[in-house]
Design a protein around this ligand. Structure first.
Ligand SMILES: Nc1ncnc2c1ncn2[C@@H]1O[C@H](COP(=O)(O)OP(=O)(O)OP(=O)(O)O)[C@@H](O)[C@H]1O
Ligand SMILES: CC(C)(CO)[C@@H](O)C(=O)NCCC(=O)O
Length: 356
């Protein structure tokens, strides 16, 4: 194989995640042998944190590690899957086609775009399963970064909630709830033993899609910003709207949501809600539904630790706090919601590790 930068690519339904490993222990011989194309690509990736209008490097996530006995730095880049044609022509302009090489890829797009990579970039995709890569990536990153895993203390208290590091070293079994465009739920028993126990099509893509329809917003970031200033109680019907107070016999307090979007059957209420309220209610509905399915899976599998991953949680403290609260409250304190700093990048990392 000709020399190729160390890449792992996860081509998802919404976002492409590209992880680039930059060895930092090069010998003078390694440097001499480095091709011009590899130098150009490294320089392009490292000299900026934004690529075109939509590509981003998450500089705050970059980290040192060892892969295949090489020391180096992992860099994390993402761009929308809809921009794949732009990415392919950019990669061609940097001379990738001349390398006639192989890259490791995962996610549905590794299958969907395989022919295009081969025909337009002269690149062979070495394909890996997205969920195997996800689990592999979680184990790898967690081992290198003692601050990777955390939980939220006092999640519903604005002044008092805190991120607390969680020691993940003795964590089996655990559930992984990966919230991407859709949601996959896996039970993990050891490094190599896991199964996909469930999933739901009501995921991060549903939140963005519904928000675009309901509010006219255009992006995930706009939808989250709108949700931050909204009040979902103007949209959702609560137990107290039905009972006038609590429903104590079954532990339902008055402020529990009885019916998501339930107020929207009334024209008067519809006329009073803002776009922000609708965005918040959409976020809360999708999040609580995922939390509820995750809880049932955890109970079914007899698992107490639930790790939430996926880019839906990016810049989305509202959902993290809700999930943390919901898992604790609805399980009577037996389930713990855990989160990981590298959120949506584990699949890309896991497939980079397969590099021969
Ligand atoms: N900049 C962004 N643009 C679009 N969606 C974003 C962005 N940041 C976070 N998201 C959220 O992350 C979700 C995509 O997450 P992720 O990248 O983990 O999944 P995916 O791999 O694209 O999807 P799938 O695994 O279902 O194929 C989106 O649906 C959206 O809710
Ligand atoms: C199809 C995948 C695995 C693609 O990543 C994901 O979007 C997903 O798990 N969707 C939910 C499918 C289901 O209903 O189980």
């Amino acid at each position: 194989m000709r020399q190729m930068p160390w890449f792992g690519m996860d081509i998802g339904g919404t976002l492409v995640k590209l992880v680039y490993f930059e060895p930092t222990d090069n010998t003078p011989d390694d440097e001499k042998n480095e091709t011009e194309t590899v130098k150009i690509i490294r320089h392009y990736l490292k000299s900026r944190s934004a690529y075109g209008k939509t590509g981003k490097r998450d500089v705050h996530l970059q980290m040192e590690c060892s892969i295949k006995n090489r020391r180096g730095i992992l860099h994390f880049v993402r761009f929308p899957t809809s921009e794949m044609p732009v990415f392919i022509s950019l990669a061609r302009s940097k001379g990738i086609a001349q390398l006639a090489s192989t890259v490791c890829a995962t996610g549905g797009g590794a299958y969907k775009f395989e022919k295009q990579f081969s025909e337009e970039l002269n690149l062979t995709l070495k394909k890996f399963d997205e969920l195997a890569s996800l689990i592999h990536g979680i184990h790898f990153i967690e081992r290198y970064n003692p601050q990777e895993c955390f939980y939220l203390q006092n999640p519903m208290e604005d002044e008092k909630f805190r991120k607390i590091p969680f020691d993940f070293s003795d964590s089996y079994p655990f559930l992984v709830v990966n919230i991407g465009s859709g949601v996959s739920i896996l039970a993990v028993y050891s490094q190599d033993k896991y199964k996909r126990v469930s999933g739901t099509s009501l995921g991060g893509g549903t939140f963005v899609g519904l928000c675009c329809l309901l509010t006219g917003c255009e992006t995930f970031e706009d939808a989250i910003a709108l949700a931050s200033s909204g009040d979902s109680n103007k949209v959702d019907k609560l137990v107290r709207d039905i009972y006038g107070g609590d429903y104590p016999k079954f532990g339902l307090t008055g402020d529990t949501i009885a019916c998501s979007f339930g107020h929207m059957i009334s024209k008067e209420k519809r006329d009073k809600v803002s776009k922000a309220d609708l965005a918040r209610a959409t976020l809360v509905t999708i999040t609580n539904n995922i939390g509820s399915i995750a809880r049932m899976c955890a109970v079914n599998e007899g698992i107490e630790r639930v790790v939430f991953t996926g880019n839906f949680l990016r810049v989305n403290q509202i959902s993290m706090r809700l999930l943390a609260y919901a898992m604790d409250f609805w399980s009577g304190g037996t389930l713990k919601a855990l989160f990981l700093e590298h959120e949506g990048y584990f699949g890309a990392v896991g497939c980079l590790l397969e590099l021969v």
